[in-house]
Design a binder for this molecule. Structure first.
Ligand SMILES: O=C(O)C1=C[C@@H](OP(=O)(O)O)[C@@H](O)[C@H](O)C1
Ligand SMILES: C=C(OP(=O)(O)O)C(=O)O
Length: 434
């Protein structure tokens, strides 16, 4: 599906969708539990994958009360059953990694696959770790990519693994490790990238009554634990990766000193992507975050380029690049090599797609520099590359580009922000179907 976005101004109130990262963890944690409700979950293509996995493992996911924001999960209670069929994780890396470790707990084999993008993403270090911990974990093509076959009742133990490919490997092992006999200790061989996502995991584990902790060399979770949330329920906060597009829209296309874009549901949490507030502020946008009210207001200003380190916040790269294309001077996005391992290589994707709009961009392996203000952006046909974040970031650039920008693969917003186009339109963006 293609969407046309024409140059427009935005303003008004909107609501952040619930966090994808918290929702995945809460649904799987509820699966590990006997019984739990997840309040305000994100229901999107990716989180439906995690729901399917919990069902495949013998849990029951009751969606009948989603109209009031409640997802009821009757868990499989500890070790999962052996699924009767292959689990299709579609486009979701989080589902794949978290379910790989869960499947390794079962007394049999679980087979996981996904779409073309997912089947090109790396899982090797997680598979090696599971093997080292006494389980079975193989890639059918022996290239570390899905389809994957995992199982054989992972007993746990201590394992060394790199931390610079995906933090989801750590999250997966911590969540599964809690129900192993021996627990799991992870020694990191490299620096940890995307570290705040492991903090999200620790926060959710704690809310489900599971102990896990940092160690000098990595993380540790004792075995033999039971998942059980206080009061039987867990409530999901708003998603700051999704908020980044709304705040960025305000920064590039809401009048300075005006009402701006006001995002509700923006409460503080462990999400590293709350850094978007400080980043847009440093770039010169008018940003006010009322943390108690959970309201973030963003309006325009004289934007200028800055240097941003995305080691902890890979999902912000497309947003920052889009704003950088509008700002004066260079925006240098450093430490971004791991952003090449997402739904698509987002470093190349943003360099090439912003280039089609007339931006000058220099791509290096670990750095993306957007030379803003060199020339005005001009609407063009751009490719969403089957990647929700590329499509949404290009929509932000489309607000400023002269004329009309046509974005392909626009339906992929369903992965993390299903209402994106409606919310964008309600804020005043001129969006039409192609
Ligand atoms: O654990 C999570 O919820 C996520 C971790 C990050 O991935 P990596 O740890 O692979 O960088 C992030 O990019 C992804 O969107 C969600
Ligand atoms: C990379 C992402 O998610 P996942 O790894 O779950 O596919 C994302 O949402 O940007």
């Amino acid at each position: 599906m293609k969407k046309h976005v024409s140059r427009s101004r935005v303003a008004g109130r909107c609501r952040a969708p619930p966090s994808k990262s918290y929702t995945h963890r809460a649904i799987l944690a509820a699966g590990y539990a006997e019984d739990a409700t997840v309040e305000d979950p994100l229901v999107s293509a990716d989180t439906r994958g995690t729901m399917r996995a919990v069902s495949a493992f013998g849990g029951k996911v009751d969606r009948s009360r989603l109209d009031i924001g409640t997802l009821r999960v009757e868990g499989f209670g500890g070790r999962p059953d052996v699924p009767v069929d292959v689990i299709n994780c579609e486009n979701s890396g989080t589902t794949t990694r978290l379910v790989t470790a869960a499947g390794a707990l079962a007394d049999g084999l679980t087979v996981l696959t996904g779409d073309d993008s997912l089947r090109s993403r790396p899982h090797g270090p997680l598979l090696d770790a599971i093997e080292d911990l006494g389980g079975r974990a193989e890639s059918t093509r022996r290239n570390g990519q899905a389809p994957l076959v995992v199982g054989d009742a992972l007993p746990g133990g201590t394992v060394s693994m790199p931390g610079d490919v995906s933090s989801q490997f750590i999250t997966a092992l911590l969540m599964a490790g809690a129900v192993t006999e021996e627990g799991i200790a992870i020694d990191l061989e490299t620096e940890l990238k995307s570290a705040p996502y492991v903090e999200i995991t620790l926060e959710v584990l704690q809310a489900f009554g599971v102990d896990a902790e940092h160690t000098d060399s990595g993380f540790r979770v004792p075995g033999g634990q039971q998942y059980s949330p206080e009061d039987g329920s867990y409530s999901v906060p708003g998603d700051f990766s999704s908020i980044s597009y709304l705040a960025a829209a305000g920064a590039v296309a809401a009048d300075e000193g005006g009402e701006g874009v006001l995002v509700e549901g923006a409460h503080p949490s462990a999400q590293g992507d709350t850094a978007i507030v400080e980043i847009l502020d440093r770039m010169g946008a008018e940003i006010d975050w009322d943390e108690d009210a959970g309201e973030l207001r963003s309006a325009g200003g004289d934007l200028s380029g800055i240097e941003v380190d995305v080691a902890d916040t890979p999902d912000l790269l497309p947003t920052i690049a889009a704003v950088g294309a509008v700002a004066d001077g260079d925006t240098r996005i450093v430490n971004c090599e791991h952003v090449r391992l997402k739904e698509t290589d987002r470093v190349t994707a943003m360099a090439e797609e912003l280039g089609k709009l007339g931006a000058e961009v220099t791509e290096e392996q670990d750095t993306l520099t957007v030379h803003g203000g060199e020339s005005d952006l001009v609407g063009a046909e751009v490719d969403g590359r089957g990647d929700h974040r590329i499509a949404m970031a290009l929509a932000v650039a489309g607000l400023v580009a002269e004329g009309t920008t046509t974005i392909s693969d626009a339906e992929h917003v369903d992965v993390s922000f299903p209402d994106f186009w409606t919310v964008f339109d309600d804020l005043g963006a001129t969006v039409t179907n192609a």
